[in-house]
Design a protein around this ligand. Structure first.
Ligand code: ADP
Ligand code: MG
Length: 227
């Protein structure tokens, strides 16, 4: 029953996304089609190749980000310590952080905190969030990643010193394709939130403009009586 419930959740996610996705992909496709027609009719030269190429890359990026949650395979849940997941993600993000003069400081609870999760999906969440923090700190600084135990939950906080989110757009954050970045997809927060929901957790965003952003995630700790 548990698996079926999760799959239904995933299906409704696909439903919610479809309309926005069609809209988002249609733009670059229309642009590509137009350029191909102009080239075919000899109106413009072949040197519009770069535009076509970058539009294709945009479609590819959008589809690859969406693939994480809409992949048809059944989500596989395993018992895993949250610390090992965070540890792995920090190692993956280290080069990008160093490149941007950013120090990743982690403070992980000593005792292993076990959760039931799809490890790859959760890694995707923390990659998305740390990437956002790095992108919000063009002048460098520190990003803190804390993992603590709070009764039957584990609490993960990602605290940055970045540009923060202006109050008037806070409501829009996490809507599919809402981005303030030139090359953003506006999918990271939405996908992360959905993955956390699939894991029966919650994700919260607190932010102050020019001060920084704190993302708090709570995930239920593994208990033996979960089937
Ligand atoms: P993208 O990163 O492609 O723009 P996201 O869904 O990851 O898409 O983020 C949506 C928007 O939320 C970003 O464009 C940015 O405006 C805002 N945002 C997310 N995380 C942060 C952060 N840590 N600091 C400041 N703004 C953020
Ligand atoms: Mg992002």
């Amino acid at each position: 029953m548990y698996e079926i419930a999760r799959n239904i959740q995933k299906l409704s996610l696909i439903g919610q996304l479809s309309a926005a996705l069609v809209h988002e992909i249609r733009n670059p496709l229309t642009s590509i089609k137009g350029f191909l027609q102009l080239i075919e009719s000899g109106i413009i030269e072949k040197n519009y190749f770069d535009i076509i190429h970058s539009e294709f890359q945009r479609i590819e990026l959008i589809l690859s980000e969406l693939l994480v949650v809409t992949r048809p395979q059944v989500t596989v849940f395993h018992k895993q310590s949250i610390q090992s997941i965070i540890h792995h993600v920090i190692a993956l993000m280290q080069p990008q952080a160093t490149l941007h003069n950013i120090e990743l400081i982690s403070n992980l609870a000593n005792e292993p905190l076990w959760i039931e999760c799809d490890e790859n999906q959760l890694k995707q969440v923390f990659l998305n969030l740390i990437k956002n923090s790095i992108e919000a700190m063009p002048n460098g600084g520190q990003i803190r990643i804390d993992v603590t135990k709070a009764s039957s939950f584990t609490k993960i906080r990602i605290i940055d010193q970045g540009c923060g989110i202006p109050k008037d757009i806070m409501d829009k954050i996490g809507q599919p394709f809402f981005t303030t970045k030139k090359n953003g997809t506006g999918l990271g927060i939405m996908i992360s939130r959905k993955i956390i929901e699939i894991h029966k957790g919650i994700m919260n965003i607190q932010s102050e403009e020019k001060k920084g952003t704190t993302i708090t995630i709570q995930l239920p700790l593994y208990t033996l009586n979960i089937s």
